[in-house]
Design a protein. Sequence first.
Length: 289
Amino acid sequence: MVLGWMKIIIGIVYVLFWNLYAGLLTMLNMAGPGTFVVLFYHGIPAQHRGRFARQMDVLLRCATPVRADFAGPIERGVRYVAVTFDDGFQSFADTALPELEKRGIPSTVFVPTAYMGKKPGWVSAAHGKGCNESVMSREQIIELASHPLVSVQSHGHRHVRLAGLGDAALGLELAQSKKILEALLGCTVTQVAFPFGSFNRQSLDSAARAGYERAFGILPGGGPCERGDLYMGRIFAQAQDARIDFKLKIAGAYRWLPYAVMIKNTLRRGFTSVLRAASAGTQRAPDQV
Ligand SMILES: [Zn+2]
């Protein structure tokens, strides 16, 4: 809770500085830089449909919705936002899609192909608890792919962490899931969202070899529009987000998060190694006495 509010406060400060910068440019008769943010949701529970609908209203008021494969150009002063959904959950079709349709907002659904029509086994494996959701069936995914506002793309095959996998396993996850979807949908699949946001250089190379043109992570920042690279960051959103938190997300106010995570992990590793060294010293002490 405290960390959540700290994140929001830092986001507000970030936006204030950003707006100050944009204001100075306006005074000089220059438009501020544009932004491109990709949101990612998982499921939208039926009881949160109203909150999700209000978020989409805010999105329409504050930003320009685009598809996740948007490649610019990013016009100065314009906020572009893409809405994506990981895991291909049933609640996307039941709850989110009707609200997106009403507003004409495009979306992308990332599907783990081994789980079509099944319960998401990776949720219990990762968190030790069940999940009320099911992944949409093959028939539903085929129907969804013909919707003019929806794009169906890959979320790997078995929804496993890609960082650390060898070439053969990476091929299965990335190339095979692409082939399965393409055979099912009769169109080219060009985007992948890495399960758990887990990837490394080898995963990116494998994604490029498999023919993906864009690969999404789960932390904001970076992307083809900025660096001409395959990788594109995203920011996690859920219908339960506080209104201000959601506004900060679509304003791109959390671009510093990857650095915060990096610092946190470095500190944690340092702290762990200090504890290990202290513990080893304590165990050796009797021999040295
Ligand atoms: Zn996932």
